[in-house]
Design a protein around this ligand. Structure first.
Ligand SMILES: Cc1cc2nc3c(=O)[nH]c(=O)nc-3n(C[C@H](O)[C@H](O)[C@H](O)COP(=O)(O)OP(=O)(O)OC[C@H]3O[C@@H](n4cnc5c(N)ncnc54)[C@H](O)[C@@H]3O)c2cc1C
Length: 357
C-alpha cells in the first residue's frame, strides 16, 4: 500500500460507507487520482469500531425528521435507485417491496415529504392495520447487502478511478496532513470522532444494535415496526443466496459489541409477529452480530472547518455522526460535504491541468 506522505491533494480519513461515498462523489467529478483514503479498517475487516459491515441494511423512515435528514435521504434514495436499476448484481443494491408500521408518534410531515419521491407509496387503510398499529405505509424500497456493497465501492474506487488506500490508525486528525501538498482533509471517522484528538466531539455516542443473519430464501419483503421503545425489522439481503437480517435494537449510549441470547430470542419472537414470511417457517440462524451506530446529538455533522497544523490554517471537512442511516443518507451527505470545498477543488483541478515543467 502507498504511504500517506506521498502526493495527496485530498485525504479522506475513514473507509466506512461515509468515507467511501465521499471518495465516490469526488472520483465521479474527476479527482480519483488526487485522493488517498487512510483508515484503520477497510471493507473486508470486522471490528466493533467499524460499523459499516454490520448494517442491516435498507432505506427506511427510521431517520430523523429535521430538514438535513429529509434532504440527505432523498438524495440517497435517488443514488441507490440508480444502482438497483442499472447495477444490481455488482453493487448488491436491490428494489424490494416494503411495509413500515408505527405504534404511535407518527412523523406525519416527514412521511408527507417522503411520499413525494418514494416509488409505489401508499398509506394503508385502517382495515389493513395489525393490532396495536396506528399508521402504516407501503412503498418500494432499496435493500443493501452492506458488507458486499462496501467491498464493491472499495474495488470500484481503486480499479475505475485510481483512488489510493493507506492502512493506518491516525493518532490525531492533524496527522492526516502529513504531506505539505494536502489541500483538503475529510474527517469520516464515524464513532472515532468522539475521541480522535483534534476532533473530540462530545456530542458523539454509540447506539448499539443486535441483528441475526438467517437463512430465508422465502423472505422477500422488507418490514419495519417502529414501537415507542423498540424497533423490529426484517430485511431480505441482496446477493446472499437467500439470507435475511432480523432485528433489532436501538440502545442509546451502549458501547458493547457482545451479543446476547435473550436478545436473539426477543428478535425471533418479534419478527415472527411482524412478518408472515418469517412465521411461516422457523428461520435457521447463521450468525448473531452486534454493531455500534455512530450517533450524534443534533444529527450528523457535515461541515467545513479550519484547523491549525504546525501553525498553518488547513481545510478540514467533517462528515460523521450518521447514526442508523449511513447507507441511506451517505451519498447525500457526501454530495454536500464535497460542495463545501468547491473553491479548493477548482485549485486542485487547475494544478492537475497545468503541465509539469
Ligand atoms: C445493527 C445495525 C443496523 C444498521 N442498519 C442500517 C440500515 O438499515 N440502513 C442504514 O442506512 N444504516 C444502517 N446502519 C447504520 C450504518 O451502518 C452507519 O450509519 C454507517 O456504517 C456509519 O458509517 P461511517 O463510515 O460513519 O463509520 P464506520 O463504518 O465505523 O467507519 C469509520 C472509519 O473510520 C476509520 N477510523 C476511525 N478512527 C480512525 C483513526 N484514528 N485512524 C484511522 N482510521 C480511523 C475506521 O477504521 C473506519 O474505516 C446500521 C448499523 C447497525 C449497527
Amino acid at each position: 500500500m502507498a504511504s500517506l506522505s506521498s502526493n495527496d491533494s485530498i485525504v479522506i480519513v475513514g473507509a466506512g460507507i461515509i468515507g467511501l461515498n465521499v471518495a465516490l462523489v469526488l472520483a465521479e467529478k474527476g479527482y480519483g487520482q488526487s485522493i488517498t483514503v487512510v483508515a484503520e479498517y477497510f471493507p473486508g475487516d470486522t471490528s466493533t469500531y467499524y460499523t459499516s459491515p454490520w448494517a442491516g441494511c435498507n432505506f427506511s423512515a427510521i431517520s430523523g425528521t429535521d430538514i438535513n435528514a429529509l434532504r440527505w435521504d432523498r438524495m440517497g434514495y435517488a443514488h441507490l435507485s440508480k444502482l438497483a436499476t442499472h447495477h444490481p448484481e455488482e453493487s448488491y443494491v436491490q428494489w424490494t417491496p416494503s411495509t413500515e408500521l408505527w405504534d404511535e408518534d407518527i412523523p406525519r410531515d416527514k412521511i408527507q415529504h417522503m411520499s413525494e419521491y418514494l416509488k409505489d407509496f401508499r398509506v394503508l387503510s385502517d382495515a389493513e392495520l395489525p393490532r396495536g398499529v396506528k399508521f402504516a405505509v407501503s412503498f418500494t424500497t432499496l435493500t443493501v447487502n452492506a458488507p458486499k456493497h462496501i467491498k464493491y465501492l472499495y474495488r470500484r474506487l481503486q480499479d475505475q478511478f485510481g483512488v489510493r488506500f493507506v492502512r493506518q490508525r491516525l493518532p490525531s486528525i492533524q496527522a492526516a496532513y502529513a504531506s505539505p501538498s494536502t489541500k483538503i482533509v475529510f474527517n469520516c471517522t464515524g464513532l472515532g470522532s468522539g475521541t480522535l484528538p483534534g476532533v473530540e466531539d462530545p456530542k458523539c455516542y454509540p447506539t448499539r444494535g443486535q441483528v441475526l443473519l438467517v437463512k430465508g430464501p422465502h423472505i422477500q419483503t422488507n418490514m419495519m415496526r417502529h414501537g415507542v421503545d423498540y424497533e423490529t425489522y426484517v430485511i431480505p439481503r441482496p446477493g446472499s443466496n437467500g439470507n435475511a437480517i432480523l432485528g433489532g435494537y436501538m440502545q442509546k449510549g451502549v458501547n458493547d459489541g457482545s451479543t446476547y441470547d435473550s436478545e436473539t430470542k426477543s428478535i425471533l419472537a418479534r419478527t415472527r409477529d411482524l412478518s408472515s414470511e418469517v412465521s411461516q417457517q422457523e428461520p435457521e440462524v447463521l450468525a448473531v452480530v452486534a454493531g455500534l451506530r455512530p450517533s450524534r446529538e443534533g444529527g450528523a455533522r457535515v461541515e467545513r472547518d479550519e484547523i491549525l497544523v504546525g501553525g498553518q490554517k488547513r481545510i478540514l471537512v467533517h462528515n460523521y455522526g450518521a447514526g442508523g442511516t449511513g447507507f441511506q443518507a451517505g451519498y447525500g451527505m457526501a454530495l454536500e460535504s464535497v460542495a463545501t470545498v468547491e473553491d479548493m477543488l477548482r485549485d486542485i483541478r487547475d494544478s492537475i491541468a497545468r503541465p509539469r515543467l
